[in-house]
Write a protein that binds this ligand. Structure first.
Ligand code: FAD
Length: 499
């Protein structure tokens, strides 16, 4: 165990999501002379990986699988949760043009659904793009077309990508495809299907899941951080980060009584908290606007170029059991607004208080303030119920309850400006001596929990004297579970992550 040469240092951690709590936990594992104090703006821990509850029905902000190839993360998950993990078999499909396609895509199932004539067009299109590919792959569209051809792109990438991001895939950077999709090409998939050969063995046909949802992991982690002498202060928002030159000296906190009216801020208190080291997991754009004195104008301009996609989940309680067996279904058809549907009992039966009912999460990708985001809750429930019925997955009249969660900044957007902006920000932030930024929005990286956590672990280790580059997590230690080829003849497939 690495020991700090100095004693009793205070480390302020911004945010009690997976990254912030991991930073605190790892720090305590590595040092008994550093005290983490975590500040969380909301009234629950876990960030986007929290579990919400309504009338005893528990649900995620989108289903959260626990899967990683990062050993230290796997180890921490088990250390924290012990025997409360369950193994869940995976079943998921895509709904497209009135048909359900197996997902991960199974070549023969997909081609059967698509038909002989369209299959022929896919092959022609693929050949055409192989002969004359885009010379440069700057955008998501170019990257995918070069590997799959235009027609497959049109069927399985364009409409869903447009739904998730709300922008034309021509405007999304190829980085996103490169980060989320690996090692798949059409010939390889077909070859494996025909020969049954097996050159990649990492398909995930099952995954781990805390029996009460992902929030259980982060509630447990919070308990452990507190048991070990750390603090986790809820309803406490960091509103200012104070620095002197390249050192951060303190953060200003706004806190409130959780029972007070959120619109009435008159009782809110502002206090200052000094610390030796700082780890941040709030969104980078917000962070840079909190710095006092502010960073140079070019850094603030870069911060303003970072954008985010927001998300809503409308959880419907149905008075019928298991309307469909899948854990989740992707909805590619563009006439349906819903992007993905979760069946929470298929994740863990303990997410439901009544096993004769179903809990179905209808996920909508949106923008804070847009038509969907601002819809009245009753109208959203009606929309989700009607779409469920239109898809043939349940009847609107069986809906007996609903809960709606709006999640701002669910996805950092990889558009054509983000990379240049990040470079400018990184250059400036790397000069800060005692301040590190980690996590998904903290690094503006499309990270799942594991990489969000890994960046936080490395930050904690840096504090106790190691030397890691937090910004390069996901470059150096990347794994891509998504879009890989299976080799099993009956199961040759490709997958695209939408987490
Ligand atoms: C729909 C969806 C599905 C997903 N599915 C999966 C999955 O299957 N598996 C998986 O591993 N990952 C999944 N993810 C990704 C996962 O949610 C994130 O990687 C993870 O939550 C990021 O952790 P974080 O701590 O970096 O950030 P967050 O989870 O965003 O946590 C940040 C925390 O900081 C707090 N905060 C923000 N600003 C302040 C402030 N000024 N002061 C104090 N506190 C502040 C926030 O309230 C929040 O609690 C999914 C994400 C989405 C959107």
């Amino acid at each position: 165990m690495t020991r700090s040469p100095t004693s009793n240092k205070v480390v302020a951690v911004i945010g009690a999501g997976p990254a912030g709590l991991t930073a605190a936990y790892e720090l305590q594992r590595r040092s008994d002379t550093h005290k983490p104090v975590v500040f969380e703006a909301s009234d629950s821990v876990g960030g986007i990986s929290r579990t919400e509850s309504h009338n005893g029905y528990r649900f995620d902000i989108g289903g959260h699988r626990f899967f990683t190839k990062v050993e230290e993360v796997e180890q921490m998950w088990h250390e924290v949760l012990g025997t409360d993990f369950i193994t869940v078999p995976r079943l998921s499909r895509i709904y497209y043009r009135g048909k359900f396609f197996d997902y991960p895509l199974k070549i023969f199932n997909a081609l059967k659904n698509i038909g002989v004539y369209e299959t022929f067009r896919i092959i022609i299109s693929f050949t055409k793009w192989k002969v004359r590919p885009y010379r440069t792959e700057r955008t998501f569209e170019e990257w995918v077309i070069n590997r799959f051809g235009g027609r497959l792109y049109m069927h399985f990438f364009r409409s869903y990508t447009q739904k998730v991001w709300g922008i034309d895939p021509k405007l999304i950077s190829a980085d996103w495809a490169a980060q989320r999709i690996k090692n798949l090409s059409l010939p390889k998939a077909v070859w494996n299907a025909l020969t049954g050969s097996n050159d990649t063995a990492s398909l995930i046909e099952e995954f781990q899941y805390p029996r009460l949802g992902p929030g259980m992991m982060w509630e447990r982690c919070t308990e452990k951080v507190i048991e070990n002498g750390g603090e986790v202060q809820m309803n406490t928002k960091v509103v200012q980060v104070n620095r002197e030159g390249n050192r951060v000296t303190s953060v200003d906190l706004e806190s409130w009584d959780p029972d007070s009216d959120p619109a009435d801020k008159t009782g809110n208190k502002i206090t200052r908290f000094e610390a030796d080291e700082f780890v941040n997991s709030m969104a980078m754009r917000d962070l840079l606007h909190c710095m006092q004195p502010p960073p140079p104008q070019e850094v603030l301009d870069a911060a303003d170029k970072l954008s985010y996609r927001d998300f809503m989940i409308v959880t419907l309680v149905l008075d019928e059991k298991d309307p469909f067996p899948d854990n989740w279904i992707y909805i590619h058809s563009s006439h349906i607004k819903c992007g993905r549907i979760q069946n929470f009992r298929a994740w863990s039966p303990e997410m439901l208080p009544d096993q004769n009912t179903a809990s179905i999460g209808m996920e909508y990708f949106c923008q804070e303030g847009d038509g969907l985001w601002t819809m009245e809750d009753d109208d959203l429930t009606a929309l989700a119920s009607q779409e469920l019925e239109e898809l043939g997955l349940g009847s609107a009249s069986s809906v007996i309850g609903s809960a709606i969660i709006r999640q701002p900044k669910a996805y950092p957007v990889y558009d054509d400006e983000y990379q240049g902006a990040l470079e400018v920000i990184r250059k400036w932030m790397e000069n800060l001596e005692n301040f590190q930024t980690v996590g998904r929005n903290g690094l503006h990286r499309y990270n799942n929990q594991d990489h969000s956590m890994l960046s936080a672990m490395l930050a904690a280790r840096n504090i106790v004297g190691e030397n890691h580059n937090v910004w390069d997590v996901n470059v150096e230690r990347s794994y891509h579970e998504e879009f890989q080829i299976s080799s099993d003849k009956s199961n040759t497939d490709a997958r695209l992550s939408t987490a």
